[in-house]
Write a protein that binds this ligand. Sequence first.
Ligand code: MG
Length: 392
Amino acid sequence: MIQCIRTYHLQHKLEESFGLSQWHYDTRNALLVEVVDDSGASGWGECYGPSAVTQCVIDTFYAPLLLGWDPLKNESAWQHSWRASLDFAMKGPMMGAISGLDMALFDLKGKLLGVSASELMGGRVRDRVQGYATGMYFRKVDEKKMLETILQEAGGYVDQGYRALKIKIGKNRVFDKLQIQTMRKMFPEIKLMADSNHAYDLPEAIQMGRVLEENKYAWFEEPLSPQHTSQFRQLADKIDVPIATGESEQTRWGFQELLSKGGVHIAQPDLSYCGGPTEALKIRAIASSLGINVVPHAWGTMLNMASAAHFLASSYVEPGRDEVEEPLLELDRTPNPMRDEMYAVSMEISNGSAKVPTAPGLGVEPDRKAMKTFCVQEREEYNVSKNLSYVD
Ligand code: MG
């Protein structure tokens, strides 16, 4: 029985900001969720989205609904949460809250049953997942200096063993084009992807897509604003580079609508936002029915990254062949001590790939002491009808 739900809003001020087409980050935020059952076992999840808002939603709305629930009944917990908030939670931070809770229940269920998350997802078809480095963000320096910094950063990842890198585009088209071409010239053997974070309108996206095509990029991520779902088909008709999108999309119904319109080749739900691992499996089934592969968006701390690794470890690549091209795990390499220094048990990442954890649940554990140093707000809801056996 679920006895206690705790949320931790974590924050870290960056020494140097970094940017994408829309804004610059100078602070990293994370919202971790801990679900404790009456045996004292804890499951951990995290939520993508505005941490303070999502924390309030869990604490005041979903936690009271789920206290006393059987943690093995994660599907019905999802359904119960969904039905209780359907009129106002179809998309947005409330679905982000459901996602983190679902991830925590997934972790807890695995621990209670003694199986890993990838086993709960259908079983591993690979024990390591190839990664790609997400980085090469914009800096607040002149463009010449910035390009040099980006190339240097990219070279560092290649030296570490990464064979795939994703750059940011969408600054301005002159710089974007120069960056796309220079990266290709400098790294002819590396798989390259580009992410505009919905910076372009359709004619601009067609133009940039052609540059990516000429330079043999593996995918064009978020070329268009996510609300213009019918434009992806139009873009895909004009360019010969795979289109990836979906990090701001949520639920099976959202992905059903997006993917069935055509033009999206790679679906990118975030397991800490799309509705959680349980919902991501349904999204994978929908994508599969349309012949589309799912490559999760992963941003945040190790819980989300491990969830994505388990998901990919249990993914069948469409349409399948003997020499299949391995699915790629997004490995955010931007500065974040809450991801890299806050876990007592972390996921092993080496030579550009991740070893899928085999311990029960997600197989990664935050270090409570380290976590407290980042915590700006901790909240707790517990079931008053039973004594809490968990002791810190
Ligand atoms: Mg992206």
